[in-house]
Design a protein around this ligand. Structure first.
Ligand code: NAI
Length: 456
């Protein structure tokens, strides 16, 4: 039985990054992955969706190019090409991770791992026919889509009429009518893609707003943009059933029907902890997610959990960092996870970038904040590149300490700008010091700098 300092279960962003860092730190590391390295993020989430969305963006440019004096006639999208291209992107990146594991000396086993128990030597894990022992264990088994007990839903997932994030990225035929259940991140990004490529899209959302915890004003601007582009939003509506060709839902107490050629179910994800042997070592879970502290430790000494499996933030970039925090603690380096400055992005067009408190969450916590709200039209570059656009940036400043506690943005490049804002929130740098930082001109991000000068 081969022995390791660390066994990592699951090769998504948490697992592969942690393996790399652990091996670099001198730990003999084994990474067990049942499917493909890269996990959901790389194979059926973040990366493939961005590959698709970029194709849609290029297609959209051709549709609106006349606004910029460029004549394009008869542009069309080749869905087969788009999917093939996406597959190539994924393949390139997955093989890159494989190479990185090799370079760092991480042993990778491609099999389903199962925790069998513990002994004086450590934790024993079975992977396929092999058995291994690890002095420490890092669980990074990720998450799976939630499929609620709505009549007909599960059956129609099996027939292929209802898709999850996995199938929607592999659709070779553009559905004429697509119904999206859940107006969260996955729902919106995919609604955006299929709207661009010509589907008639309806989004059915239980809440009275789209994009979940996103700042209310930004959420409204996003909705208006997509309503103009032709997406139908059914807010405050509850899906009551799915039958072949239709989705039944309740709107203000009335039963309604939305016809569909395909349905995407994107109503959230849940931690994946089933059948991996957690009970054999008595790891504590709550509502199916592994309970971790700020060091990513579980209730069992030597067992850590990072990524979606702890149900805390369910973002790939959180997973990376959690994996690093876990490894640093194993290596005896002081490190802890902080969740207050984790940026989030919705890759729609316009993009949404956000970090920290929203107007709503600040109010709920009773924080005394000044809110500076500026149109992106304050940016020369934004005006130069956008014909009619309504992007904004909202900056929330703690009135007492004069530091930034939240930034919310909708408009071009928001995804690339937001990490700068995250640094402002994370470092708690006073606004007066931030004012001394020079931003490149002309950029859209400069509007954040403008906002700093509006702080009283
Ligand atoms: P989500 O939690 O973002 O959104 C789910 C939405 O479905 C919510 O608005 C909820 O109110 C609604 N909903 C729940 N039950 C419903 C029902 N029965 N009928 C109608 N609406 C219902 O979940 P989503 O979009 O599935 O994404 C899953 C995870 O993946 C999220 O944690 C997200 O953070 C992550 N993700 C992140 C991305 C990014 O960072 N750009 C991209 C895609 C996914």
């Amino acid at each position: 039985m081969e022995k390791f300092d660390l066994i990592v279960l699951g090769g998504g962003p948490a697992g592969y990054n942690a393996s790399e860092k652990a091996a670099a730190g001198g730990l003999k590391t084994l990474l067990i992955e049942k499917r493909a390295l890269g996990g959901v993020c790389l194979n059926e989430g973040c990366v493939p969706s961005k590959a698709l969305l970029y194709c849609a963006k290029v297609f959209d440019y051709t549709k609106h190019s006349a606004d910029y004096g460029v004549k394009v006639e008869g542009s069309s999208i080749d869905q087969n090409y788009v999917i093939d291209r996406k597959d190539k992107v994924v393949k390139t990146l997955v093989s890159g991770i494989g190479m990185s594991m090799k370079k760092h000396g991480v042993k990778v086993v491609n099999a389903e791992g199962y925790i069998q128990g513990r002994s004086d030597e450590g934790f024993s894990v079975k992977a396929g026919e092999e058995e291994f022992v690890g002095k420490q264990l890092l669980i990074c088994t990720g998450s799976v889509p939630v499929i609620p007990p709505i009549p007909g839903l599960r059956e129609n997932v099996e027939t292929g009429f209802v898709m999850t994030n996995r199938e929607v990225l592999d659709l070779r035929e553009i559905p004429k009518k697509l119904v999206v259940i859940g107006g969260g991140v996955i729902g919106l990004e995919m609604a955006s893609y299929y709207n661009s490529v010509g589907s008639e899209v309806t989004v059915i959302e239980m809440l009275d707003k789209i994009a979940g915890p996103t700042d209310g004003e930004i959420s409204k601007i996003l909705l208006n943009n997509y309503a103009k582009k032709g997406i139908t939003f059914k807010l405050g509506c509850k899906v009551t059933g799915v039958e072949n060709g239709k989705v039944l839902y309740e709107e203000k107490g009335q039963q309604q029907v939305a016809e569909a050629d395909k349905v995407l179910c994107s109503i959230g994800r849940r931690a994946f902890t089933q059948d991996i042997g957690l009970d054999n070592i008595a790891v504590y879970t709550e509502r199916g997610a592994i309970v971790t502290d700020e060091y990513m430790k579980t209730n069992i000494a030597g067992v850590y959990a990072a990524g979606d499996v702890n149900g805390k933030s369910m973002l790939a970039h959180t997973a990376y960092r959690e994996g690093e925090v876990a490894v640093n603690n194993m290596l005896g380096k002081k490190d802890r996870m902080r969740y207050n400055a984790i940026p989030s992005v919705i890759y729609t067009n316009p993009e949404v970038g956000a970090v920290g408190e929203t107007e709503e969450s600040a109010k709920a916590k009773g924080l005394d904040v000044q809110i500076v709200n500026l149109p992106l039209m304050y940016s020369g570059r934004y005006v130069a590149e956008n014909m009619k656009a309504d992007g904004i940036v909202k900056v929330l400043v703690d009135k007492k300490y004069k530091n930034i506690v939240g930034v919310h943005m909708i408009g071009s490049y928001a995804s690339e700008i937001i990490y700068g804002a995250a640094m402002m929130v994370e470092t708690e740098t006073p606004v007066n010091d931030l004012k001394e930082i020079v931003f490149p001109h002309p950029t859209v991000g400069e509007v954040i700098r403008e906002a700093l000068f509006e702080v009283k």
